[in-house]
Design a protein around this ligand. Sequence first.
Ligand code: SAH
Ligand code: AVI
Length: 327
Amino acid sequence: MANEPARMEITNEVEPAVSSDAADILAGLKLQQKHISPKYFYDERGSELFEQITALPEYYLTRTELGIMQVHLPEMARLIGPRVSVIEFGSGSSVKIRLLLKHLLRPAAYVPVDISGDYLQSMAAQLAADFPNIEILPIYADFTQPFDLPDPKVTPRRNLVYFPGSTIGNFTTPEAQSLLRVMRQEAQEGGALLIGVDLKKDPRIIEAAYNDAAGITAEFNLNLLSRLNRELGANFDLASFEHRAVYDDINGRIEMQLVSRKAQRVNVAGTLIPFAKDEYIITEYSHKYSLDEFKAMAEGAGFQREQVWLDSQALFSVQYFSVPKRS
Ligand code: SAH
Ligand code: AVI
């Protein structure tokens, strides 16, 4: 079809197991406190809605991180060095990587890793068209599980794991620690990590970012239920659930919830899940860190912090770590 966007073949052959996703989702809905992993937000519609969130006036994260990159890219590129293979965890729309690839010296390859398969394929195709001299090797995977890295045609001098957007914040502390260990493995000795981390600040600024006036974050949250209706044959009535996002000061994180407006039972993949009025599903955490907290966590996974860049209001940080070579 003439208007169909170009899609690039993914490099690996792993198909997502819908049956294990169903078991995972049902197990979360049967808990005393209902939970669904935020990784299920990202079907094609979810990825598009996230893109809309990044442009919202209240959502300071993306534009602040982009601002930091724009100012400090020459220094970042100098620290990273030439001929790297860049492995991006949760690549999404790949906006930030375009800036990075333009500044890096002769990058060997770009490996975007994402769970939003259709979106990944079209973003990879656009990047391949715009960067014809860089090998693009998209990997369709859940990056919390081990996955094999492809072999670029040009042998890289080192691996750079790129993890922007503060997606690390969507994991609990033990999950983030284990993800950092996965990234440390992928970076290998002599490799590096460039990561965007949202910082602790006035909770009113944080709560506004997850409760935007235009209601896009609410749509993003509720889209999860539409997806379960479509893909798992569930029968959530979207009008009976509402979006809520509250900052939990003790744990330093936003908690996104879907709150049941009434007592109801929902059929999910053949199992009836009861909801009391006001009972809610936790759909996402978004942790905010101090610079010291994040340093301790990354160093616990074997990284060494080399540099931190901030915006003028210290809302957000981009942090650069190396993996020391064993002597
Ligand atoms: N890096 C982009 C996108 C962040 S949105 C930015 O900085 O703006 C988070 C991205 O991570 C989405 O594209 C989502 O599909 C992906 N993602 C979330 N959980 C994932 C998982 N477990 N495995 C792989 N990709 C995941
Ligand atoms: C992808 N991730 C870092 C976003 C965040 O801010 O935690 C997802 C998001 N959820 C609601 N708004 C944006």
